[in-house]
Design a protein around this ligand. Structure first.
Ligand code: HEM
Length: 407
């Protein structure tokens, strides 16, 4: 428990730290990676370069500090992050390193304003927050290791099949090299993949949603090749997987994780909405629904630029033909002539509310959506405008959690 005095100090300094949040965390990362370059094996360098992780960590520390006298209030947020930490291999011994450099950064940025009393209160608060994370993560490690087919850290998988799904997305079917069982997972969960790209000093870890239903002898991930643009370098890992990883090669995976999952106890209709490669968790949910819950009404909506980059269309069309409870609708931003001729899509341009209303028969449903941040902001806003209660809206971000509030 924090003393009342420390709680007061924390609460009065949170706004000050929030103002300097990005500067503090940027400094924090500089200090920490200088002292502990080995942590670059765990952190995503691309996120670091884009400054995305900086804000995510700062925001959570401040939010947690504000609720320091009632950490249970932020438990769902802690759990979501803990899933990612567990999947990455973050361990209790890492917490003091983060804490030490966060405090050093606060001191550096605030200068004389950071009195010993303030730093002492934050040290105490960080310790409490870190203990909450460590406790939740310990349970998750325990569960990952002890469930049937489970394991604790990274396990070698062989690429059994590599299948091109669209001009930019390829699926990898992965089977464990030890020949053992693989743990079940929930539709919507992801795995972390650890790779060593030749010529790179540090390993890379990335999360990919599992793109098939659980219960198969393999895990399947479907990866989009991120091409480079003048303002954005090409995806180091996605290009490596696409260009250099072939059938028979080895990838290292941690056990499935994540709390963006289909509620299988809910009997109501379900609406799955995806943009681009955001379709991967939706396909896992769709396949699960098709295989196990054939009476639930399912509306699958997918937005793609055009037919070239529309992955798994044939699979979804076949499911829709086979299951009368399943309808699939596609929205193409810029259809090609061929798309037009083949009537491959149902709407041109962007998804909008009138169109959603025209294809969703019963709005009293559970909604799951995944895709680029502006896409998700738009879907979220449209569904709210329609009066869909917040509790029925479920979504997942790629990369560091961001905000759905319009920028
Ligand atoms: C991701 C918070 C401690 C390593 C994250 C995210 C948050 C966060 C908000 C983003 C989650 C998401 O993307 O969904 C915190 C807080 C901590 C803490 C509040 C302390 C109380 C640590 C420690 C390590 C660590 C001790 C290990 C040294 C990472 C890594 C990521 C991450 C590697 C993934 C993002 C990336 O690769 O850039 N953390 N974290 N975190 N955290 Fe932590």
């Amino acid at each position: 428990m924090l003393s009342d005095n420390s709680v007061q100090i924390i609460k009065s300094t949170v706004p000050v730290l929030e103002v300097h949040g990005v500067t503090i965390t940027k400094r924090f990362y500089e200090l920490m990676f200088t002292a502990h370059p080995e942590l670059l094996h765990i952190f995503n360098h691309a996120n670091q370069k884009q400054g995305r992780q900086q804000t995510a960590l700062a925001n959570v520390v401040y939010a947690a500090a504000l609720h320091i006298d009632n950490l249970a209030a932020i438990l769902p947020a802690v759990k979501q992050i803990a899933h990612k930490h567990r999947s990455l291999g973050v361990k209790p011994e890492h917490y003091p390193i983060v804490g030490k450099h966060l405090l050093m950064a606060i001191k550096d940025v605030l200068g004389d304003a950071a009195t010993d009393e303030i730093l002492g209160a934050w040290e105490e608060a960080y310790g409490i927050i870190a203990d909450a994370f460590i406790g939740v993560e310990a349970e998750m490690y325990n569960q990952a290791e002890h469930q049937p087919g489970g394991w604790e850290d990274f396990r070698a998988f062989r690429v059994d099949r590599k299948v091109q799904e669209s001009a930019v997305i390829s699926s990898f079917y992965l089977v464990p090299e030890d020949g053992g069982a693989i743990a079940d997972f929930l539709p919507g969960q992801y795995v972390s993949v650890k790779v060593e790209v030749p010529g790179d000093k540090y390993t890379h870890i990335r999360q990919y949603s599992l793109s098939d239903a659980s219960g198969k002898p393999y895990y399947r991930i479907s990866v989009k090749r991120e091409d480079g643009f003048p303002d954005r370098p090409e995806g180091r890992v996605s290009n490596y997987l696409h260009g250099q990883i072939s059938e028979g090669d080895t990838l290292y995976l941690s056990a499935p994780a994540g709390d963006f999952i289909l509620d299988q106890n809910d009997a109501r209709p379900v609406v799955l909405i995806s943009g681009g490669v955001g379709l991967t968790p939706m396909i896992s949910m769709l396949n699960t629904l098709a295989e196990r819950h054939s009476d639930r009404k399912v509306t699958f909506i997918h937005a793609a630029r055009n037919g070239h980059v529309h992955a798994m269309k044939q699979h979804v069309d076949e499911l829709a033909q086979k299951h009368s409870n399943l309808s699939a609708y596609y929205c193409y931003q810029a259809p090609t002539e061929q798309d037009r001729e083949q009537k491959a899509y149902h709407k041109e341009g962007f998804i909008d509310l009138p169109w959603l209303k025209s294809v969703i028969e019963d709005p009293n449903a559970s909604y799951y959506f995944c895709g680029p941040v502006p896409f998700m902001q738009h879907i979220n806003q449209s569904l709210k405008e329609w009066g869909i209660p917040e509790k029925d809206l479920h979504f997942e971000f790629f990369g560091p959690a961001a905000s759905l509030a319009p920028a």
